[in-house]
Design a protein around this ligand. Structure first.
Ligand SMILES: [Mn+2]
Length: 350
């Protein structure tokens, strides 16, 4: 668990304003509310919609307060404790920060170091958190297995995306990790294309990028399958992406730079003559948010830490022709790694 002692003193405290950090630190999910971490104690302030649930779900040691009038209640607390500065996250909106500063009798400061400390802390998962991500992933994989029986020429991208969403939620997914991507044929060259009315045809690639949510934790996977059959070129690009993905996965261990993992995939794709056809970073952290710190990008100076869960998802996109992406979730270990994705990666032709 994170230590925020450097922000907490007899005259300063932390005010958590974002939903994701409030959930992470309190165990209670609420769309609104505040968490105050002070030298005197920790408090979760939530309104009547969440109060009853919060009294049951909030971690022990945190006092739950029914939020009725923020200015009065927060001012009472900070006056009582002698707080002169409240540090909060930089993700807060400009207007939210201005409002807090106008109604609270102390300085509220959006603090970059605090924000980064929270991002880094959240990126390193406990075994319990990893189990939740695995559970979400198993839900997504079960839906994918069902989808393989459903996908065939004549079905539309939209039907396939909805099928995956339904199968995931039937199995306990709390909504979807993000808007499911199901793009086929020439649309598959759009890394984040939106599923539409295009109907699958023989000779298409179909890229599926989707995830489930369990206990607030997200999963993320991508598979590219073929309809009817593939050309030699399609087969070659598929093998190339798979080779690039395997190389990047094998790089992942504690201490390796994010840049090196990205380069492992990118170099293989570039050397094969597809420079410029892999136009996004290799991966990202996953957890309470679908895209979290760290980024597996050539612009990252960070090094992987034991327990970080990241995606590895290189792709090759040939504009207007087809695209291939393959994505697994990997947990970083001390001298090794663990692939949390079980779905096979040999090319499936449906
Ligand atoms: Mn992803």
């Amino acid at each position: 668990m994170i230590n925020l002692d450097s922000y907490i003193s007899s005259s300063s405290a932390v005010l958590i304003c974002t939903e994701v950090n409030r959930f992470y630190l309190s165990g209670m999910k609420s769309s609104d509310g505040y968490m105050l971490l002070s030298a005197v104690g920790s408090f979760l302030l939530v309104d009547g919609r969440y109060y009853e649930a919060a009294t049951k779900k909030t971690y022990s040691g945190i006092k739950v307060i029914l939020l009725e009038r923020l200015s009065k209640q927060l001012n009472d607390l900070i006056n009582r404790f002698g707080i002169k500065t409240l540090y909060t996250e930089t993700q807060i909106t400009v207007s939210h920060l201005a409002t807090l500063n106008s109604i609270i009798n102390c300085t509220v400061e959006a603090n970059q170091a605090l924000t980064e400390e929270l991002l880094v802390a959240r990126s390193v998962k406990s075994e319990e958190e990893i189990e939740k991500i695995i559970h979400a992933q198993r839900i997504a994989e079960a839906a994918y297995s069902e989808a393989l029986n459903f996908i065939k020429a004549g079905r539309s991208e939209r039907e396939i995306a909805l099928f995956l969403d339904y199968e995931m939620q039937k199995r306990g997914s709390e909504g979807v990790s993000f808007e499911t991507i199901a793009v086929s044929g020439e649309n598959s060259s759009l890394p984040h294309g939106v599923p539409g009315d295009r109907v699958l045809q023989n000779g298409d690639f179909l890229t599926l990028d989707f995830g489930a949510v369990y206990c607030g934790y997200h999963s993320d996977m991508t598979r590219t399958v073929a309809i009817g059959g593939v050309s030699e070129k399609m087969q070659g690009v598929y093998e190339l992406v798979l080779k690039a993905q395997s190389a990047a996965i094998e790089k992942i261990i504690e201490g390796v730079s994010c840049k090196a993992v990205d380069a492992a995939a990118r170099d293989i794709i570039t050397k094969a003559g597809f420079a410029g056809c892999f136009n996004h970073s290799t991966g990202h952290g996953v957890g309470l948010e679908i895209h979290e710190y760290p980024r597996l990008s050539n612009r990252s100076d960070d090094k992987l830490k034991n327990g970080q869960v990241v995606t590895v998802e290189p792709g090759v996109y040939l504009q207007g022709v087809f695209g291939v992406r393959i994505e697994d979730m990997i947990v970083t270990r001390k001298n090794t790694r663990q692939n949390l994705t079980n779905a096979p990666k040999t090319l499936i032709i449906l």
